[in-house]
Ligand binder design. Structure first.
Ligand code: B4P
Length: 195
């Protein structure tokens, strides 16, 4: 099993690149943002609570997203590996993920971290907000709050993986295909090392 984390601030291209990476490497895509939006769309109690936080640009409580990821791991026992997108976003989530993957004897192979300037992030998210219908994308203040939450709570998660030499920084500005090629190069070198 080959497990990867795609890391980066809101709007850095995680969702965009995940689609291409999961198709190429036959990985199961686990996006906590997508899982939460599906709960919101289905108007579940969890979704209704999550929406209040997401609309303000805040993170959803750790126990909620950890529970969702745990269920998703158990539901896919036979896949070749997982691509985690938007998870872990806090140190508590990273520790919980380690424990869940320890049980499967399938640790994280690498954390691929997309590096994008704040100016570009805001531009991309406001542009997506024009068409996506996502209420967290069409308000400059909410976007700035999401970036602030990322800097304060999520960016330090990289240190958790840095100690194990698993963090790889990739330039997240340029065309989608250029960034995809850079990510594939890093993944291929790790698959070779493993083989
Ligand atoms: P997410 O769904 O993870 O979404 P995101 O951070 O906004 O960015 P995403 O990765 O999807 O966007 P992308 O960069 O691909 O989170 C949403 C919310 O859910 C969070 O704020 C939080 O409230 C909650 N949540 C999720 N996970 C959680 C967790 N683990 N714990 C607690 N709360 C959690 O794309 C952005 C735009 O850029 C797109 O329009 C795309 O087309 C464009 N783009 C991509 N690549 C580009 C490029 N190279 N050039 C130009 N534009 C590009």
């Amino acid at each position: 099993m080959f497990n990867l984390i795609l890391f980066g601030p809101p709007g850095s291209g995680k969702g965009t690149q995940s689609e291409k990476l999961t198709a190429k490497y036959n990985l199961k895509h686990l996006s906590t943002g997508d899982l939460l939006r599906s709960e919101i769309q289905n108007k579940t109690p969890l979704g209704n609570e999550a929406k209040k936080l997401m609309d303000k640009g805040h993170l959803v409580p750790d126990e909620v997203v950890i529970g969702m990821i745990s269920t998703a791991l158990d539901s896919n026992p036979k896949c070749d590996g997982f691509l985690f997108d938007g998870f872990p976003r806090t140190s508590a989530q990273a520790e919980a993920l380690d424990k869940l993957l320890d049980l499967k004897k399938a640790p994280i192979a690498a954390m691929l971290a997309l590096d994008v300037s704040e100016e570009e992030l805001v531009k991309r998210l406001l542009k997506r907000g024009e068409t996506s219908g996502r209420s967290d994308d069409n308000n400059d203040m909410v976007i700035r709050e999401r970036i602030e939450q990322y800097n304060r709570k999520t960016a330090p998660v990289a240190d958790h993986y840095k100690e194990a030499g698993k963090v790889v920084m990739v330039k997240g500005e340029g065309s989608v295909d250029e960034i995809f090629s850079a990510l594939c190069k890093e993944i291929n070198s790790r698959i070779k090392t493993k083989a």
